[in-house]
Write a protein of this length. Structure first.
Length: 388
């Protein structure tokens, strides 16, 4: 072995093994969220997701994530008023949304609109604690309105102005569907937002923290997080679940569909989870509300179909359904089209993204991991004439 080859081999042996996908790597300490995949627990700032789902509101959860504590009555009123103030989409951004092709990916529209909103915010480049708090509330308020306005525009309808007297969830449904939602619909939307608000160091949250660590502005951070969520391996599972339900069409066809999927060794979307080894703690709340809205609508078909799919798939793969499974039928009952589901995810998760960014900036250090070089060893430069 030549000395150069021996040196290269020695260096290769000394390199640590790469953690593919960073699985098992602890990248930071965080007080925002705790997940116990073995016990099926999801904790926001010390509060169990079941308590928050059953007793709280999205506005309370936003305050909790951003501040670390639940609000008192005055704090909740003040923050709710601030969210309502920030729901108005900039007119130039509405004009931009009207120029997009009707078949544009909704997440692409949202990504670009949020980036553009940053250009019109005078606080965009101000990196003080007070300015970042204000921008976080603006982004939570604004993201929902952008999605609702986009949905109306692509239907050939004019966007609606927000109604400050409505809750965040109810106002979103109003701005999208053109009518004030029923109490059950508003509660269902509120629950969807609570359950999707935060989930630890998932791909989009980690992307947000990486961008934030460079001290880029909050609009750039959230634009990057939306880009990560857009990927089908992260934010699009409930869209695929709805496609599955539409494909099956009837309870009587579930057995045949399951057999075909098994024969082709295809993945059952909405089942199993990368973190939870037991039932996803969020799923049961969505299942209950899907049943309620199915009955209220007079069309329980999609809930009944979901129940049968859950029963038969769990029986053959022994994996419980996750948060994406019943959110599909639930959001469909609320009049939300399937290709908008990932945007709904963003409407909620923007609160968690902002919480992580504010935490990152408390004791910031740029995130700069190492990599193992696997290319050729150092070699001489050959003139172009001799490269054959």
């Amino acid at each position: 072995m030549t000395s150069v080859a021996a040196e290269t081999a020695g260096n290769e042996a000394a390199k640590p093994a790469a953690a593919k996908g960073l699985k098992g790597v602890v990248a930071a300490d965080s007080a925002v969220c705790d997940i116990d995949g073995q016990l099926g627990k999801l904790i926001y700032r010390g509060y169990n997701i079941h308590d928050l789902a059953e007793r709280s509101s999205f506005e309370e959860v936003v305050f909790l994530l951003l501040n670390g504590e639940l609000p008192n009555r005055q704090q909740l009123q003040d923050m709710s008023a601030s969210l309502a103030k920030h729901r108005q989409v900039t007119p130039a951004v509405l004009d931009f949304l009207k120029t997009l092709p009707k078949d544009v990916n909704p997440m692409a529209a949202l990504r670009t609109a949020i980036s553009l909103e940053g250009a019109y915010d005078p606080l965009s480049e101000v990196n003080t604690k007070e300015a970042n708090w204000e921008k976080a509330l603006r982004l939570v308020g604004l993201t929902a309105s952008v999605v609702a306005s986009f949905q109306r525009i692509r239907q050939g309808l004019e966007p609606l102005s927000p109604r400050p007297e409505l809750s965040h969830a109810a106002n979103f449904l109003y701005m999208m569907n053109g009518k004030v939602p029923t109490a059950a619909e508003a509660h269902a939307m509120d629950l969807v937002l609570i359950l999707h608000a935060e989930h630890g160091f998932n791909a989009s949250t980690f992307a947000a923290r990486v961008i934030a660590a460079t001290l880029s502005d909050l609009y750039s951070v959230i634009t990057g997080a939306i880009g990560a969520l857009k990927g089908p391996l992260h934010g699009g599972a409930n869209t695929e679940v709805l496609k599955t339900l539409m494909e099956i069409g009837d309870v009587s066809k579930v057995s045949e569909w399951v057999a075909q999927k098994r024969a082709k060794k295809e993945v059952f979307m909405g089942f199993g989870h990368a973190v939870y080894q037991v039932a996803d703690p969020r799923a049961r709340h969505l299942k209950s509300l899907s049943e309620k809205l199915g009955k209220e609508s007079g069309n329980p078909k999609w809930y009944d179909l979901s129940v049968e799919v859950e029963k038969q798939v769990d029986a053959v793969i022994h994996k419980p359904c996750n948060v994406d499974f019943y959110s599909a039928s639930l959001q469909y009952y609320m009049g939300i089209p399937g290709d908008l589901f990932t945007c709904i995810f963003a409407v909620s998760r923007v609160s968690g993204w902002c919480a992580h960014v504010l935490e990152q900036w408390i004791d910031n250090k740029i995130i700069r991991p190492s990599s193992n070089y696997t290319g050729p060893a150092e070699r001489g430069y050959a003139p172009i004439e001799s490269r054959g």
